[in-house]
Write a protein that binds this ligand. Structure first.
Ligand SMILES: [Zn+2]
Length: 282
């Protein structure tokens, strides 16, 4: 029989369960929450060390992700933290599925834990992870920061869309259909017959709030759409790939269920032909 004392700040209860599944006997530790004392038969020892290694890569890292979010991103509420933690684990699992990283990490953990267990009767899993598997912990930390960044950008976009939608819902609905055209940094709104929609009040209001009196054509097009609150918006987008969230994506989200994309019309053909030079319907 062999004995071992394992310390882990993260997920000690899950570790106890995993070790028991591997054939180890957990010794009553008198309430030391983060210390797991175990006894295992020589024949089960390899399984115990492998279990410890897998635990670090999976359960330990999952608990570490939650801890990292709670400490460094406490402005996120509990639900948001749980949501981002799930995103981080999914992102890591995807990276791990495409690489041999987890196998390498588990082998490193196995070697380090095996040596530590041979030297003495105590293994500090937090120390093993943070110092001997530093690259692994760095990968986890980087995934946390990246997912938080994406989540905050998404949240900001959702709030922006919600604000625009509330502004639109406050307008009397005009019914009918408007067409939005986007090409080469320009955006404009037309009636179904192709007449440009220009609202002097909207233009004046937009100029008033802009810093230099110059009105961004996308802001102006959005203002017109929101003010007119049409029942349907057809988006003619020949602007090509734009960084997320593109103007047309924003319009689609604001007019969710009320917007559709043109799948090909004579105006789009003309605009495409005119690229990359002057694009105009006139
Ligand atoms: Zn079109």
């Amino acid at each position: 029989m062999r004995q071992l004392e394992v310390r882990t700040v993260f997920a000690p209860d899950q570790l106890r369960r995993r070790l028991e599944e591997a054939g180890a006997q957990i010794v009553d530790d008198g309430g030391a929450m983060h210390t797991v004392r175990l006894v295992a038969a020589d024949g089960d020892w390899t399984a115990v060390v492998e279990t410890l290694a897998r635990f670090v890569v999976h359960e330990w890292s999952a608990a570490y992700i939650a801890h990292r979010l709670a400490v460094r991103h406490r402005y996120l509420d509990a639900d948001e933290q749980a949501h981002v933690a799930a995103l981080v684990r999914k992102a890591l699992e995807q990276v791990w599925a495409e690489t041999t990283d987890t196998t390498v990490w588990a082998e490193t953990a196995k070697a380090v834990i095996g040596q530590a267990a041979l030297r003495g009767t105590r293994v500090e899993l937090d120390g093993v992870a943070r110092f001997q598997m530093r690259d692994f912990v760095r990968q986890v930390e980087a995934a946390v920061e990246e997912c938080v960044g994406h989540y905050l950008a998404d949240r900001e976009f959702e709030q922006f869309v919600l604000m625009l939608r509330l502004m639109m819902e406050a307008q009397p609905a005009s019914g009918g259909e408007l067409h939005l055209f986007c090409a080469d940094g320009k955006a404009w709104v037309c009636t179904p017959s192709g007449e440009p929609v220009c609202d002097p009040d909207v233009l004046a209001a937009a100029a008033e709030v802009s810093e230099d009196g110059e009105v961004n054509c996308e802001d102006l097009a959005m203002s017109i759409l929101i003010t007119k609150a049409p029942a349907h918006v057809v988006i003619h987008d020949v602007a090509g790939a734009q960084p997320w969230p593109s103007f047309t994506e924003t319009v689609e989200r604001v007019f969710i269920g009320r917007a559709s994309r043109c799948t090909g019309c004579s105006a789009c053909t003309q605009l495409s032909a005119a690229r990359p030079g002057e694009a105009s319907l006139s």
